[in-house]
Design a protein around this ligand. Structure first.
Ligand code: CAA
Length: 387
């Protein structure tokens, strides 16, 4: 086993860290306060190759491996988790599935503008009555001679207002309920109307939208993968996407630890630095241990994916542990800072708010446990896991 990052991985980690310290971190609290989506930032990230880090160079990306991309998400999220999710959804959930499931024509047409950051990507699966039970989606794609007419509504779409390309899931077989009979489509912004900007607990520098698709006409060239087999595209996409969200949680937790550790070595009480008290030492020790454990799970899952090996269970474990750890440990960071931690003077309250969503999106913790249980027990039938 080799636990060292390669030279290339260390370089992209350092590049992202330096960029994040200079361009993101100093603005993160203002973006959070003002609910500002920093559209211009993504152009700058594209200039240094980070809007398509793990996309091959022939499609406009930087051509680094998947673990390097995960390091990018960790470092971006350490500075601002809203920026982290924007890049994660754009890359893992919109760009990579086109590379994996697209025809040559679709790859050549849709991927380069995404990888070069000219367009943002969005992933439109969730609906008002189809969240954890994604297979219950009702958006319809009705066939005609040259393609489909798509009608429906999607909810909580990250990047929705700013996206140029949507990977959208719709039911093509109206006779079949559940996950079968769903297809994946590539839509443009003009096919979609944004109907709501969600106001959230955190991640205020990212956008989350409701969208409607009103009888959008799409040709056959917009179908990604096979007709009625789109749910597999969604699930395989989420297998990789969950590793990205785990990296986001890891970055948030690391940021909380950094602030708490620095504070503990400066803040004095009862004539000592608070880091000299065992109560605080134990908190920092636990934070450091849990962050390490999460990092190992996240990097292992990323490595399995880049090796082309199965990573459904490992990705779910990484996301489950990293997200619950981030929520727990950002709360501990607030506790170490005491009253200051509860104020806007320090960023730890933002980390706590941002961490919470990582237990919910790209599959709740309950769904991650279901995915893990299904894998370790060898359960594949929906009826068996639903009991
Ligand atoms: N890879 C490939 N195919 C898979 C798969 C995987 N990991 N898991 C399941 N499938 C296939 C199955 O083989 C089956 O295929 P066939 O119909 O051809 O046999 C099909 O998908 C349906 O599988 P299930 O019967 O197991 O489906 P289910 O209805 O029981 O659902 C579930 C399973 C795990 C609960 C799933 O619905 C799920 O993951 N729910 C959570 C949804 C989710 O994560 N949403 C996130 C939204 S995106 C987001 O949050 C982005 C953001 O903003 C950050």
């Amino acid at each position: 086993m080799d636990f060292d990052l390669t030279q290339d991985q260390r370089e992209i980690q350092a590049l992202t860290r330096d960029f994040a310290r200079a361009e993101i971190e100093p603005n993160a609290s203002a973006w959070d306060r003002d609910h500002h989506f920093p559209r211009e930032l993504f152009g700058k990230l594209a200039e240094i190759g980070l809007m398509g880090a793990c996309v091959p160079e022939e499609y406009g990306g930087a051509g680094v491996d998947f673990l390097s991309y995960i390091l990018v998400l960790e470092e971006l999220s350490r500075a601002d988790a809203g920026v982290g999710v924007t890049v994660a959804v754009h890359t893992s959930a919109a760009t990579l599935p086109i590379l994996t499931h697209g025809t040559d024509e679709q790859k050549a047409r849709f991927v380069p503008p995404l990888a070069r950051g000219e367009h943002l990507g969005a992933f439109a699966l969730t609906e008002a009555d189809a969240g954890s039970d994604a297979g219950a989606l009702r958006t319809k794609a009705e066939p005609h001679d040259s393609g489909w007419t798509i009608t429906g509504a999607k909810q909580w779409i990250t990047n929705g207002r700013h996206a140029g390309t949507f990977l959208l899931f719709a039911r093509t077989d109206q006779q079949t309920a559940g996950a079968r009979g769903v297809s994946a489509f590539l839509l443009d912004a003009e096919h979609v109307r944004v109907t709501r900007d969600e106001e959230k607990l955190g991640l205020n520098s990212s956008v989350t939208n409701d969208i409607v698709i009103e009888a959008a006409e799409v040709g056959r060239d917009r179908l990604l993968h096979e007709e009625n087999r789109g749910f597999r595209v969604a699930m395989a996409t989420l297998d990789g996407g969950r590793i990205g969200i785990a990296a986001q949680a890891l970055g948030i937790a690391q940021a909380g630890y950094d602030v708490a550790r620095a504070y503990a070595t400066e803040r004095r009480a009862f004539g000592h630095r608070i880091a000299d008290f065992q109560a605080i030492q134990h908190k920092l020790a636990d934070m450091s241990m849990e962050i390490d454990a999460a990092r190992l799970l996240v990097y292992r899952a990323a490595w399995l994916k880049q090796e082309g090996r199965k990573h459904t269970e490992e990705g779910a474990k990484a996301k489950l542990f990293a997200s619950e750890m981030a929520r727990r440990q950002t709360a501990e960071a607030i506790q170490i800072l005491g009253g200051y931690g509860y104020t806007k003077e320090f960023p730890v309250e933002r980390y706590y708010r941002d961490a919470k969503i990582t237990e919910i999106y790209e599959g709740t913790s309950e769904i991650q446990r279901l995915v893990i249980a299904r894998s370790i027990l060898g359960l594949t039938e929906r009826a068996l896991v639903a009991r």
